[in-house]
Structure formats: structure tokens, C-alpha cells
Design a binder for this molecule. Structure first.
Ligand code: GRF
Length: 194
């Protein structure tokens, strides 16, 4: 993996669909001196995504693509990414599945955060399934995105204990807190020189 060189921060796009707490956290991280990334573009598939407010607040260009026509929208996104010279994509709660063609164009340059200890609990409703299966631990994973859902190479994981009485909502809160630590850590692991 190419390391980040001096002041040339990696131009990064973050893709979101919802509340955007990971986006908010990545923006904060990107402003730190040690950060190898600069967030220059936010993509959403939902114009009502709460997280878009963090793009506004920080004057980051944002754009919504409805994904009614996936091929057309992905091609338009790719044009934007090229124009903006984007070299890293961070998916953060993005609820669309990107096509093989799209992923190929950014091969090895798309990261995702998933709220489980992959390879366990790929897909949706991870917290509910982990609790129902009486797991002692769940957690979160940062991994590379490939065309197989939630199956790309794992970069980093953080375990979180499931306590008696944890509901999916409670567990999701606990894990989200760890996600906010883990995403910057994984980015530093991949791209930092030190
Ligand atoms: C996170 O739990 C993330 O792991 C999952 O979707 C959630 C997004 O949360 N993929 P937020 O929008 O970053 O607050």
C-alpha cells in the first residue's frame, strides 16, 4: 500500500446514507496534523441523510445520487471522483451496493466500516443477530471493499463485549463509539509514514 507523502494528503470521498457520525468523526480526524487524508467530497444516496449537515458545516462539496438508475449514477459519481482527483473512498454507513465495474475502477482504494466482527454477520441487522445467537462479543471491522459483500481483506477490528440486557440499540451505540476510534486508526495504519 502506497504511503502518504509529506503534505500531499489523500483526496478522499466519504459515502453516507444516514446519520453520518462516522463522517463527522472522519472530518474531525482529517483536520488533525497526523491525518493522511483530506475529505473533499461527500456522496449520499439520500438527500435527507442527516449526515449531510456535516458536509455543509465544513464546506465540503456534497452531492446526492438517488441510485434509481445505478449504472448512470455510478458513472456520474466516477466522473466527479476523477475531476476531483479522488484517491480514496471511505464508505461510512452507505446503504447501496456498488457494482463490480465501479469497484474495479477504484480497486484497493475503497474502505468500509461494518458493525460486526467479520467474517461473522455480513449484511444487515448485525446487532440483533449477534444477540440472538448469544455471542459474548461483537465489534466492528474496517475492510477493503471487493465485489463480494463485506468480504474484502480485513484491515483492523475492535471487539466489544455484549453484556446481559444489551438490546440491538444499546449494542449499536457501544459499537458506534468504537467505530469512531477504529476508522482513523485503520487509515493511519494504511497510509501513515510513522
Ligand atoms: C455504522 O454502524 C456503520 O458501521 C454501518 O452503518 C452505521 C453508520 O452510522 N455501516 P453513521 O451514519 O456513521 O452514524
Amino acid at each position: 500500500m502506497k504511503k502518504f507523502l509529506g503534505s500531499n494528503k489523500l483526496k478522499t470521498a466519504v459515502f453516507i446514507s444516514g446519520s453520518g457520525s462516522n463522517l463527522k468523526n472522519l472530518i474531525k480526524f482529517s483536520f488533525s496534523k497526523k491525518s493522511p487524508i483530506k475529505i473533499v467530497f461527500v456522496v449520499s444516496n439520500n438527500s435527507k441523510a442527516k449526515g449531510l449537515v456535516f458536509a455543509n458545516k465544513n464546506k465540503i462539496h456534497k452531492k446526492t445520487f438517488k441510485f434509481n438508475n445505478k449504472t448512470k449514477d455510478e458513472n456520474e459519481i466516477l466522473r466527479y471522483l476523477k475531476k476531483k482527483d479522488i484517491n480514496l473512498i471511505c464508505l461510512a454507513g452507505f446503504m447501496e451496493i456498488l457494482s463490480k465495474n465501479f469497484i474495479k475502477k477504484f480497486n484497493g482504494k475503497i474502505l468500509n466500516i461494518h458493525p460486526s466482527l467479520l467474517p461473522k454477520y455480513k449484511g444487515l441487522n448485525t446487532h440483533l443477530r449477534a444477540i440472538q445467537n448469544k455471542e459474548k462479543f461483537s465489534g466492528c471491522t474496517i475492510h477493503f471493499v471487493t465485489s463480494k459483500l463485506d468480504s474484502g481483506k480485513i484491515i483492523m477490528q475492535k471487539k466489544v463485549k455484549i453484556s446481559k440486557g444489551d438490546t440491538p440499540k444499546k449494542l449499536s451505540k457501544k459499537i458506534l463509539k468504537q467505530e469512531h476510534n477504529l476508522y482513523p486508526k485503520a487509515i493511519l495504519k494504511l497510509f501513515s509514514n510513522s
